[in-house]
Structures are given as structure tokens and as C-alpha cells.
Write a protein that binds this ligand. Structure first.
Ligand code: BDP
Length: 618
């Protein structure tokens, strides 16, 4: 009898441990981990143990108790770049590391934060299943306080998998798409997999500040900062301080339920913008003023974003966005975070005279936004909604919509306080016909349904954040009426490359006419969020020919010339800052997209020098 109870117990506990559909709570990523007298952070970056699980037997064999026969892997890192034998592998893998957790964190809540696990992740701490997350390029966190061995080694195991599927966002393995590629991504960048960003432990007091949302505005010389605070625990009051102005501004905050709001006025405000990216410091404390239980500090830029018929306005002045689409991409690193690369790319953008970029095609590592805040870059923050379509199997579509809604929440929770982000981009080139190829035919009913589904995403973004502009990026031959939803008309265009190849003049004519048409119809400012041509560095021709550096330069010049003639064009983003790795396919020589004005190792092509001359002068 005893024996069978024991067996039952073992069976039950192994069931409990084996996997867990406890989904992470997006609120737990609302504030990035910081170190101060009340909070701790421990970065777990380093070399971890790694094991491939191509037969998906790991759970059954209880690998979550500890991996055997492993190889070493860098975290952060993309497995497809570190291991040549796993370049195209997108299936199950396991990661393991160990860390001490000091017992002076014991009276706190301890969270594990994974800044990106592409695409699904299951987490075990000391053999106990903690939870599950689905989606890439956004962090997630779990409260693991209950599973920790204090002052001892703790085993952290993460199972990851990145299968491409029409049920996921970004979509993959979509039948009938425009081109066949390997891997079969439905988007033009390599599906780099794994723990691409850092993994951290952090602790907060048991009563703590869970979220802070800073919204800014101004009336003439007086800045207005609205600070919304959400807390956990029974404390009913707190304090807010704003540093950086003529004197420290202080205000008390009262909580009703767990929410508190304070409006702070900053006399003689220094507005944030590209020329003077001035940042104030906002400090929030919880509980007694002299002896608070929790403290959180963040940077805030006071600025206002709006729009008229012809321009995006920053602080009521028109701004012109000069810049790029980019990718988190570099040899050996794949898509993994690297502060050196972030700094380098900002240096290169500044060298060309750019003031702006879009986080194509996913939210970036957070340091990008910290840099942009400090350097005065104007950022379009994009969801991972690339290759999104609204047709076909309804179940898949519902799953994609669910993924999109979650991404929107996670992205806005994480990024909402960065003054550099002036617009949210709901999706890149969504379509009501992608499944049939970009020029396919769609029934009216399906068109209507696609519009309505897409509209829901716009509504969600606007309800989470009414202080920023909202747009999406329209594809060539895409549905035009969707621009009714946006604040700014943004299009990616390659007339003179994918159409009228070799003929820049015809391409430029086409873009000129199209811009006029769009502006006449919608009376909204327009921007070209992507335009460019592939160029093999070192390939030259007297008369510009496709794939030469001269053709790329002339193509970019022709589009910029067209934009200069139109006062309703509010931005031009060249595609791309640098060459990047993508899936293999007929139009991707060597598995690269060569539309970078810098090579993948960041050396300038002719077009980069051209932009420097052109944009530095502006
Ligand atoms: C655009 C996509 C971008 C591609 C680019 C291209 O938004 O991701 O890399 O085309 O073809 O349609 O170079």
C-alpha cells in the first residue's frame, strides 16, 4: 500500500514538474530590473550547457532535472551561428545554468527574466516547472521565490524551440507564399533561435512598485509630467521626485486600490528632441518618505508628438525622419544582443546624418531605446508582426491574432517610457492576400474580415497608449483602405528594383505618382519606411547596373529627390543600415539581403558616403 502511494506521489509530482502551462504575466516585465538599495539584479549571461532534442524526448526523460552530454553555448547567443551543424535547426533544445542566490534576498520576491527566447520557452528551477512563454523579441518573467535554494546552487533549465508555423507570429511555412526559401520563413531575415538576449534574476521587496507610466506634455514653458504608479502590497502612500530641473520637484502620491497618479509641473522645461535630448530623472518611492520600502528611478524626456496633414510634429514643430530600417544581425552573434554592436550602429547612423530608425521587424534589445533616448533618435517601435495575413484556416488566424495582442501588450508595457519612441508600428506589410502571393485575389467578405481584424490591433495599441502616433507599413500591391486606420501613411517601395528592374527613372516616376495619389486620398503625412537596392560591395559599373554600388546609390538618390519635391513627405528610411543574413532563396545571393548601405561587417558602400553628404547638409 505504502509503495503504491509513493508511486502515485512520484507519478503526480513528475507530472507537475514535467511541464506547466502557467503563462507569464506581462505586468512582470513592465519595469526593467535595476540595482539599488531596495532591489537586486544578477545577470546570468555567460557560457551555459546546451543540448539538442531533435526527437523531443527531453520532457519524458526528465532532462529538467539536469542535462547530460551537453555542449557549451553562449547566452546571449543564437545557436544557428554558434554551431555550423545547427544552422537550419529550429526544433527543441535545452539550456542549463547554475547560480547561487544569496540569502539576503530571502525576504524579497525573486524573478527570473528572460529577455528573449525565440520562440517558445519552458522554464524549470531546481527541477520544478515554473512556466511557459510563447513569442520572440520580448521579455518575460516569472516569480520564482518559492523554488529557490538559498545560499546554494540553483539549477535553471530552459527548453526552447523555434518551429516555423502559420500559427505563429512571425509566420513561417506558409504555403503559396511568393518565394520558396530555406528555412521556410515567411519573412526576409534569418530565424535566429534561442536565448538571443540576456537572462537575469532580479529581486524586489514584497511590497513593491510594479509599474510606472510617464506621460508628458507642456504648456508654453511649463512641462507637465503625468506619473501613474501601480504597486503591490498594503502601503497606501508614496512619493515622487523629479530631478534635472531648476530645483527638485517633489510630490506625494496616494494609492486607491493599487493605483496612484501624480501630475508634476516643471517650470522652464527643457523639451526632449534630436537637438537637445534632455532627460529628467523620475524617482518613485513607496511607503514612508524617510524610510521607503521600495524605490524605482527612470529617465523621462518631456515631449509631445502630434500630426497634421503634412507632417509629424515633435513639440509642435515638423520633423523629418532621416534614417533606416535595421536588423539585430552580425556574423557570429546572429541576432544576439551586443552592446558593442548597438553603439557601433548608432555611430554609423550618426555618421550618415540620420536622426531616426524603425525597429524592423521586432522590438529590439532595450539598450537600443536607452541609447536613442540619450542620443535624440526618433524611433518607430515595431511589433514582431511581419508576414502577417488574415486569410486561410480560421484557427491559425485566431492564434496569430492572440499572439499579436500579446506582443502589443508586452511591447508597450516594456517600452512605453522611452521618449525616443514617437510611433508604434502595428505590423510590417500585413496583407489580406499574402497566402495567395502578393497580387492574389480576395473575396469582398474576406477583405472586410481582414480589415476588421487588423482594426482590432490598432484599437488595442491606441487604448494602451494614446500619447503616440500609430501606423503600419503598407506593402506594394497591398490593401489601400487600411490607411484609414493610421496617423501616418507609411509604405515600403521598390519600384525600380522588384518591378521595372534596372530602370530607376521609371521607378522614381511610379513612386512620385503613388505618393501624390495617397496624399490626395487620405490627407495624411506620408513616409517611405523602406526603399533600396541590393549591392554587392566592390561591384562597380560606369552606367549603374543592378547589384552594383552605383545602382544602389542612384536608386536611393532618385527616391530622396522625389521626396524633396513633396511637402507632405515626413520621413525617408533607407532599407537597410547594413547587409543581413536571411533564408536561402533565389533572390538572396549567399543567403544575404544586400540592401545595406554598410556591409554586414559595417564597412561603407558608396550609398553610405552619398547619404552622409546629403543628410549632413540638410
Ligand atoms: C520588404 C520587407 C523587408 C525585406 C525587403 C526586401 O519589409 O523585410 O527585407 O522587402 O525585399 O518588403 O529587401
Amino acid at each position: 500500500m505504502k509503495h503504491s502511494i509513493l508511486l502515485l506521489f512520484l507519478a503526480f509530482s513528475s507530472l507537475l514538474n514535467s511541464q506547466n502551462d502557467n503563462l507569464s504575466d506581462p505586468k512582470d516585465i513592465a519595469l526593467s530590473p535595476i540595482q539599488n538599495t531596495k532591489r537586486n539584479v544578477l545577470d546570468l549571461s555567460g557560457i551555459w550547457k546546451f543540448k539538442k532534442d531533435s526527437l523531443n524526448i527531453g520532457v519524458k526523460e526528465q532532462w529538467y532535472n539536469g542535462l547530460t552530454k551537453t555542449r557549451s553555448i553562449a547566452v546571449p547567443g543564437s545557436w544557428n551561428e554558434q554551431f555550423d551543424d545547427m544552422r537550419d535547426y529550429l526544433d527543441w533544445v535545452w539550456y542549463e545554468t547554475e547560480t547561487y542566490v544569496p540569502s539576503n534576498w530571502k525576504d524579497q520576491k525573486v524573478f527570473l527574466r528572460v529577455n528573449d527566447a525565440t520562440y517558445t520557452a519552458n522554464i524549470w528551477i531546481n527541477g520544478i516547472s515554473v512556466g511557459y512563454h510563447e513569442g520572440c523579441h520580448v521579455p518575460f518573467a516569472f516569480d520564482i521565490s518559492g523554488y529557490i535554494n538559498w545560499d546554494k546552487k540553483n539549477k535553471i533549465i530552459i527548453q526552447v524551440e523555434n518551429q516555423l508555423s502559420p500559427e505563429r507570429v512571425p509566420t513561417g511555412n506558409v504555403k503559396g507564399g511568393s518565394f520558396e526559401t530555406l528555412p521556410a520563413s515567411n519573412y526576409d531575415f534569418f530565424p535566429y533561435s534561442g536565448l538571443n538576449r540576456s537572462v537575469e534574476l532580479f529581486s524586489v521587496p514584497k511590497s513593491f512598485i510594479r509599474d510606472i507610466t510617464v506621460k508628458t506634455d507642456y504648456n508654453e514653458y511649463v512641462g507637465v509630467i503625468d506619473i501613474n504608479v501601480e504597486k503591490i502590497g498594503s502601503y497606501k502612500t508614496g512619493n515622487v521626485y523629479v530631478y534635472g530641473g531648476e530645483k527638485v520637484i517633489e510630490s506625494s502620491i496616494k494609492f486607491i486600490e493599487n493605483q496612484g497618479v501624480v501630475k508634476v509641473e516643471v517650470p522652464n522645461v527643457r523639451l526632449w528632441g534630436p537637438k537637445d535630448p534632455f532627460l529628467y530623472t523620475v524617482k518613485v518611492t513607496l511607503g514612508d518618505k524617510r524610510n521607503p520600502v521600495d524605490i524605482y528611478e527612470l529617465k523621462a524626456g518631456v515631449r509631445k508628438v502630434s500630426v497634421n496633414e503634412k507632417s509629424i510634429l515633435l513639440n509642435d514643430e515638423p520633423v523629418f525622419l532621416k534614417g533606416f530600417g535595421r536588423h539585430e544581425d552580425f556574423p557570429v552573434l546572429g541576432r544576439s544582443s551586443s552592446n558593442s554592436l548597438i553603439v557601433k550602429d548608432f555611430e554609423l547612423m550618426k555618421w550618415t546624418g540620420a536622426n531616426s530608425f524603425r525597429t524592423t521587424h521586432y522590438p529590439y534589445d532595450e539598450e537600443n531605446y536607452n541609447m536613442a533616448d540619450r542620443e535624440g533618435f526618433l524611433v518607430i517601435g515595431e511589433t514582431p508582426g511581419v508576414g502577417l495575413y488574415f486569410l486561410g484556416d480560421p484557427e491559425s488566424m485566431e492564434k496569430r491574432q492572440r499572439a499579436m495582442k500579446r506582443y502589443i501588450t508586452e511591447m508597450i508595457y516594456r517600452d512605453k517610457n522611452h521618449p525616443s519612441i514617437i510611433m508604434w508600428c502595428v505590423a510590417n506589410e500585413p496583407n489580406d492576400k499574402a497566402q495567395l502571393g502578393q497580387m492574389g485575389y480576395t473575396e469582398d467578405n474576406d477583405k472586410k474580415m481582414a480589415y476588421e481584424e487588423f482594426e482590432k490591433l490598432f484599437k488595442q495599441v491606441r487604448s494602451l497608449d494614446a500619447t503616440r502616433l500609430v501606423m503600419y507599413v503598407g506593402v506594394m500591391f497591398g490593401p489601400v483602405d487600411w490607411f484609414n486606420l493610421t496617423d501616418v501613411i507609411a509604405i515600403n517601395r521598390y519600384w525600380g528594383w522588384y518591378s521595372s528592374p534596372g530602370d530607376i527613372k521609371t521607378g522614381a516616376n511610379a513612386i512620385s505618382k503613388e505618393l501624390d495619389r495617397l496624399h490626395r486620398k487620405f490627407k495624411k503625412p506620408c513616409m517611405i519606411t523602406e526603399f533600396g537596392a541590393d549591392a554587392q560591395a566592390g561591384l562597380h559599373a560606369v552606367n549603374p547596373e543592378m547589384f552594383t554600388e552605383e545602382y544602389q546609390k542612384e536608386f536611393i538618390k532618385a527616391y530622396l529627390d522625389v521626396a524633396d519635391e513633396k511637402d507632405f513627405v515626413t520621413g525617408m528610411h533607407v532599407w537597410n543600415l547594413a547587409d543581413f543574413k536571411t533564408s536561402q532563396g533565389l533572390i538572396r545571393f549567399g543567403g544575404y539581403n544586400l540592401k545595406g548601405v554598410f556591409t554586414r561587417d559595417r564597412r561603407p558602400k558608396l550609398a553610405a558616403w552619398f547619404l552622409r553628404n546629403r543628410w549632413k547638409e540638410l
